[in-house]
Design a protein around this ligand. Structure first.
Ligand SMILES: Nc1nc2c(c(=O)[nH]1)N[C@H]1C(S)=C(S)[C@@H](COP(=O)(O)O)O[C@H]1N2
Ligand SMILES: [Mo]
Length: 316
């Protein structure tokens, strides 16, 4: 199996001394900047860099995929981000229309501790890991990307979901005066996505702030995007400004736009074709021949149990 993952190992078990080293390094950096940040516990803080800047304080993830990584150039130039245009090259061209600083995220709904957080405060307690995941796009292409992020689980637990919380809804920034795609009626803006709470708490689900060792390029969803590696690409919502815990399944953009084509679950499934294309094979970006698509994008062992007893051709 090309996938190594030991869910018993937490980041803390792996490299405690690196943590301390990173923490010291961060404190030195903060002191240099005159930031005077007080840190609680032994969690290292994240130092925010400018877009495209190298990210420091990143540890190797316990989750990774032993497959050749897609060149950065392809992963950052062939993208889908309709807020910046519907063509694959437009998001890179118009990326600077997205203003990522300052950035705030609202966390609300079925949580005991709702609030509006600056990105820095939101990230501070979460150690960053690099994890190599495949992103499977619904148009039958895939890429292998070294993401930098942290499990969504830790963040959600900090805000204490109530007993009623069963789903998590996400929303992208809405800024039609700057974002060229939002001046057009391509989708019912803002872009919305959602997960069932158990999917959101699964250790493979991460919030990414970087890729290839650097801060996320705007066209890839800076400053904060979801990565759910066993689902089609459209679930991985970019540039998140709102996270709402809900009792009922939230509306999601592509499902609303074309319910017969895009389901809520959108688990990668070679046995269920998209009405307009074959989903049994995919083209790895940079390769010529197509390869068979794997159920759950290759993460079957880790996630299939979430869907036990469900008809996955109905819940596509
Ligand atoms: N806000 C927002 N998020 C989005 C999209 C979008 O148009 N807007 N496109 C989705 C689709 S269809 C895909 S395939 C992935 C693409 O991610 P990548 O461009 O980083 O490869 O982002 C997803 N997240
Ligand atoms: Mo996509």
């Amino acid at each position: 199996m090309p996938f190594r993952w030991n869910p018993e190992l937490t980041a803390m078990d792996v490299t405690p001394e690196i943590f301390f080293q990173q923490r010291r390094q961060f404190i030195q950096q903060s002191a240099l900047l005159g930031a005077g940040v007080a840190l609680g516990g032994i969690a290292p803080a994240v130092s925010l860099a400018e877009p495209g800047e190298p990210l420091t304080n990143v540890q190797k993830g316990v989750v990774t995929l032993d497959e050749p990584v897609t060149p950065f150039k392809d992963a950052s130039s062939y993208t889908n981000f309709y807020e910046l245009g519907s063509g694959k090259e437009e998001p890179a061209r118009y990326g600077d229309r997205l203003q990522t600083d300052p950035w705030h995220v609202v966390i609300e709904g079925e949580v005991n501790r709702p609030g509006r957080w600056s990105l820095a405060d939101l990230l501070k307690p979460h150690p960053l890991e690099e994890r190599v995941y495949r992103l499977r796009c619904v148009e039958a292409w895939s890429m292998v990307i070294p993401w930098i992020g942290f499990p969504l689980k830790g963040l959600l637990e900090r805000f204490e979901p109530t007993a009623k919380a069963r789903y998590v809804a996400f929303e992208t920034i809405h800024d039609p005066s700057r974002l060229p795609g939002q001046a057009q009626n391509m989708l019912d803006w803002p872009y919305r996505e959602g997960l069932r709470l158990d999917e959101a708490l699964h250790p493979l689900t991460i919030l990414a702030v970087g890729m290839y060792g650097r801060v996320l390029p705007n066209q890839n969803g800076a400053p904060l995007r979801l990565v759910v590696p066993w689902k089609y690409g459209f679930k991985s919502i970019k540039s998140i400004v709102r996270i709402t815990l809900t009792e009922n399944q939230p509306p999601t953009s592509w499902n609303q736009q074309a319910p017969t084509e895009y389901g809520f679950y959108a688990n990668v499934n070679p046995a269920v074709d998209h009405p307009r294309w074959d989903q049994s094979k995919e083209r790895r970006i940079g390769e010529f021949l197509r390869r068979p698509t794997l159920p759950f994008n290759g993460y079957q062992t880790q996630v299939a149990s979430l869907y036990q007893g469900m008809d996955l051709s109905k819940n596509f």
